[in-house]
Design a protein around this ligand. Sequence first.
Ligand code: SF4
Length: 395
Amino acid sequence: MRDYAAVLDRAAAGGRITPEEALDLYRSAPLHALGSAADAARRLRYAGTEHIATYIIERNINYTNSCVTACKFCAFYAAPQSDKVWTRDIADILRRCAETVELGGTQIMFQGGHHPDYGVEYYEEHFAAIKKAYPQLVIHSLGASEIEHMSRISGVTAEEAIKRIHAAGLDSFAGAGAELLPARPRTAIAPLKESGERWLEIMEIAHNLGVESTSTMLMGTGETNAERIEHLRMIRDVQDRTGGFRAFIPYTYQPENNKLKGQTQATIFEYLRLIAVARLFLDNVAHIQGSWLTVGKEVGQLSLHYGADDLGSIMLEENVVSSAGAKHRSNRMEIIQLIRSAGRVPAQRATTYEHLVVHDDPADDPVNDHAVSHLSSTAIEGGTAHPELKLLAAN
Ligand code: SF4
C-alpha cells in the first residue's frame, strides 16, 4: 500500500494539495485516514468553535416547473407545452414566505425551471415584493444557469442581470446548476445547460459585484473519479481569485422519474470520501455541507466526522430532489439530536454562517416548534399540509 501520510499530514495542517494528489487520495487512501485528516483540517480551521456543527431553517419556494432545458437527471421540470406545467402567483409565494417566518426560517431559496418567458423583470418584481413584505428573510437563491437564461430572455448581459436582481433583493446565490462542471459529464446529463466554464464565469462576475454564493456538485450520474476532482479544481481556481464561495455542497443523484433512470448512483463511501477530499483540497472554501436529504441522516452525521461543519437545512418545503426519489424527512429537534449524538454542539446559523442560537444545554432545546421538513411539498402525493395553496392552471 502506498504511503499517503505525508500528503494527508500536509493537508490536515492546512497546506495545499495538488489535483493529482487529491485524485490519488480519493481513489486509494484508507477511508479512516482520509476522514481523520479531513476532520483535523476542519478542527484547525474552526479552532475555538470546532465543537459546533450548524444547521439552518429555510424554505425552497418553487415558482414554476416549466423549463426549456430538459436536464436528463431532473424529475421536477415539465416541458413548457406540457399540461403538467404549473406556476405560483405572487400571493401564493408571499404566503409561503409568511409561513417561513412563522416557523423560524431565516432564508428562502427561490427555485424553478427555466421558464421561456421569465426574464430579469420577473425576478426583480418577485424579489422586491418579498423583501418589501418580509425584509427579515434572506433571499439565497438561483445560480449561474438562471442568470444565463434570464439575461438571454431580457437581452441584457449577465452582469446587468445580477446587478438588477441584487438591487431588487437577492442577497446571495445558492449556486444551483453546477451539476458536474467538466464538459464530458455535463454534456451527458445537461446538454442544453451553459458550459461549466460559463457557470464559473458568471459566479465570478457575481462575486466581483459583491454577491457571494455557495457551490454545489451533483454526484453519481456516471462521472469518473478524475472528473469529480476536476470539478473541485475548477471551483478552487475561481475561489483563489474571488473568495466568493462560502461553502461547497456535494449531493447525490436521485434515480427516480428522470431520463437517466438510475443507471448509476454514487455510493455512501464515494460520498464520504468526496466530503473528506473536498475539505482537504478546497483549502480556500470555509464550509463543507453534509446532505442528509440525499444520503440519509446517519450518513449526514458521519459526514461531520469527514470534514463537514454544517448539516444543511431543515427544508420546510422541498420538491426538486424529492421528485427524483429523495425520501428522507426530518425536523428541527431531530437535526439537533443528530448533531448532538454525532458529538457536536448544534447551532442554528444564518445564511452567512453566524451562529444565531447555540444549543449548549439540551434542557433549553426547542420543543415541538413545528419546524418540520417537507411540511408542504408537491413531491409527496397528498402531502401538502396547506391544501389551500392552490397551483395555478398551466399557462
Ligand atoms: S435541473 Fe433545472 S434547468 Fe435542468 S431541467 Fe430541471 S428545472 Fe430545468
